[in-house]
Design a protein around this ligand. Sequence first.
Ligand SMILES: Cc1cc2nc3c(=O)[nH]c(=O)nc-3n(C[C@H](O)[C@H](O)[C@H](O)COP(=O)(O)OP(=O)(O)OC[C@H]3O[C@@H](n4cnc5c(N)ncnc54)[C@H](O)[C@@H]3O)c2cc1C
Length: 330
Amino acid sequence: MKVTVAGAGMAGLVAAARLRELRHEPRVLEKGTRAGGSMLLSSCVVWRHLEWEQFRAECPRGDERLQRLIWERLDDALAWLESLGAEPVWRDTENPLTTGRRYDPKALTQLLARHVELGTPLPDDAEPPLLLATGGFPVRLARERGLLLRANPWSEGDGYDFAKARGASIAGDLGEFYGRAMPAPPARIEEEDFVRLSQLYGREARVFTDDWRELTPPHVAWHENDLAQLIGPRAWYVVGETNQRIEAAREAGGEVVEREDGTIAVHVAAAVTHTLGGLQVDEHARVVGTEGIWAAGVDAGGIASGGYASGLAQALVLGLAAAESIAETS
Ligand SMILES: Cc1cc2nc3c(=O)[nH]c(=O)nc-3n(C[C@H](O)[C@H](O)[C@H](O)COP(=O)(O)OP(=O)(O)OC[C@H]3O[C@@H](n4cnc5c(N)ncnc54)[C@H](O)[C@@H]3O)c2cc1C
């Protein structure tokens, strides 16, 4: 049975691999010039919260059934990846709150990417069965909000638009995103610097708007995603002493100011990694309100709402769930 998979990031590649195991022939379409999507640019830590209650507490507005699916299936999904030959570089996440594996993103992409049709966007007349795995709409959200992009440059919301036009239900807040503070322009940020240049010390900083109104929240989460949502297109982080990330920002041409009182101010901007709102799916990754359309990865919305969870875990587990459901029904 011919199945179309749109998007060759983690979700699309995993689904295609599982479909092949289940004796289907996926056609994998990729809009960009390379396979791997944002996974290729990522730290590639595929993780879940150690405790289920912690997941719920950290992402309180997310769909509980889907969160449970990801939380319960991730360990088996990681074992399945290993059965394909994926070698973790670390078997832990270096975070006592989470568990998972870290992979080399290039090696994982190389292992999973088979027969990907590059430079081939999902056509408007694509027929079911169809899996949407186009990576949400970080490019569009960043453009609309004047934020930086910290993702692959092709995830414009094509999967979302395609399904929405065919009656799809939407889940989550379409303005919510997972992101990081990055050095504000004129800093030069190449894709390979997305991880290194993340200004991930906001918990120790006082935070000010561009015109120096204090914004420092009473509490910042360990992942600082709440702070990335708060700072918008420009803000200042003020800290007592420099660190490696600040020096990296300075070297990249970012504004780092030594102030008269001895503190250091770093000009930062929120950067969108992926959107948290998107298509509503059920536990089989079927898009609610449509026929013959599935969505996996961050095309599916309303899972990490209100917090932060692993986008790669969402892509891996929903990619497998979608492939198995497609194989069963097609
Ligand atoms: C710097 C960085 C670090 C990160 N670190 C981590 C981490 O350590 N752990 C973690 O869990 N997550 C991390 N993430 C997030 C993670 O990479 C994403 O959540 C994950 O890649 C989402 O997978 P996906 O398959 O849904 O989308 P993507 O991996 O983004 O893949 C979507 C693909 O669809 C393609 N596409 C778009 N439109 C079309 C179309 N019309 N037709 C065909 N193809 C299309 C895109 O080109 C892309 O290749 C990080 C991201 C970045 C950028």
